[in-house]
Design a protein around this ligand. Sequence first.
Ligand code: FE2
Length: 512
Amino acid sequence: MHVKWYSIILLVILASPVPIKFMFSSDSQTPIQHSNAILADVPFFVRGPTVNMVTNESALIFWRTDGLANATVWYGLNESVIETVANTTLDTDHRVRLNGLNIDSKYFYKVSSNNIESPLYHFRTAPADGDDVKMIVIGDNRPTTISYLQPEEFKQMAQMIIDEEPHIILMTGDYVLDVSDNHETNLAGWAAFTNISDSMGHYAPIYAVVGNHDTGAKTGTLKLEYFFDAFEQYDEPSTYFSFDYAGAHYILLDTEEQNNEGRITGDQYTWLVNDLESTDSPIKYVFGHRPMYPLSHLGDSIDSNPEERIRLQQLFEDNNVTAFICGHDHLFNRLTVNGVVHIITGGGGAPVYNTQWGGAYFHYVRIDMNYNHLNISSIMLTGAIGHNYQLPYTGPLEIELRAIWNGSSNQPNTLPEIYFSEVPSQQYYSWDSEENQTELTGLPNVNGQHTLEVYALDSDDVWYYERFVFTTVGGVTTTPEQVPIIVDPLVLGGIAVAGVAVVLILLYRRRK
Ligand SMILES: [Fe+2]
């Protein structure tokens, strides 16, 4: 059998008019040779091809070969892909731009280097501003202990996302376990990730923020080259940038700046203010890795600097930001604060976090949107919808508690975080049903259980109410006061008279 197999290869080599390269299939490690035929995934294509920076008329196709090669892209509106763009310059990284594409159309494409062709893929060009767009968001897919192996859940969801045929994919950070001082280990870890991310990138452009596991910060020096290599960007690589797609504005932030982890500050904050002022898009998304209102990573997120969090929230409110979407906490959560939707989507494959707030399931987020309507869903591994939220929002005003769990024990004066889904026209707080206050104060000083009642008036003059229960520990312990028993003199007199009467009756009976 082997003799027969090698004989065939030898005959092909001798008969071939063009140089033939030997490669190994990724699955079987069996030597195979390729000529002009369309082939399955082969190591000759080290990366991609992926579709990047798609607009309503253009796209950039990227791929990497494991040796110098020329580059051609075949593309078209059907599988015959008759149009071509070629680059004869020999290189290993190939970036070929397709221009003059039709708006909101499904394009098929394949690439070729040195006569070796990729499989056929497809992508969608952007719709007109405000038309229907499907966006997918996924994050925190990182492995747990073995840096090369990506979680099976991530692989499974990558295929689900491909099947969704989204226009655009966003990723919210923590793609690898770690970036160390060992270059070879880093390459292997990132290759395991890009093998999967590129499988999605064949079909839709991916934009990504950097996570704390992706920077190499623990080594003392940021090693962002692996992150930059994994995702194509518009211009010079940057960890924060923005772009427009189908009339929506997308801002990607860096919560991992060295020595400023968990902060949006300095030049980046100045840039963010200017960027928000420069757009008039009715839909504005901001992405970052660490949450503003974490559920698990308390004090390890943007909440670590309360003043800056307030400043950022206010900036989002002032500029009508639609949603801030992040990861870091391995769960799903949606919290609306003063009209700004905050989504934590950290269920991409790393072990999920169990908190009192729920949402501990593997998932990605699907957002179907146009200028009139946003439909936001978390999609579980089963395909079931875990949570759904729609804009414009028509439900009741939401009063939510964060940072301190309802029912938990805390020191006196610890301040629960209460958030409203819209800015209430009036709000009141009452500890232990005492007089309403307009300002929220911390837990009462007396040890034991306390209730906090929160009232909020919405823009339609409807009152909403929530009641939370907390326990104070470490405060003052009180003993019940000795209350003197006060008895009415008339009652006392009556009792005395009755007693005398009973005695007289008893004496009378004894005499008889
Ligand atoms: Fe993280």
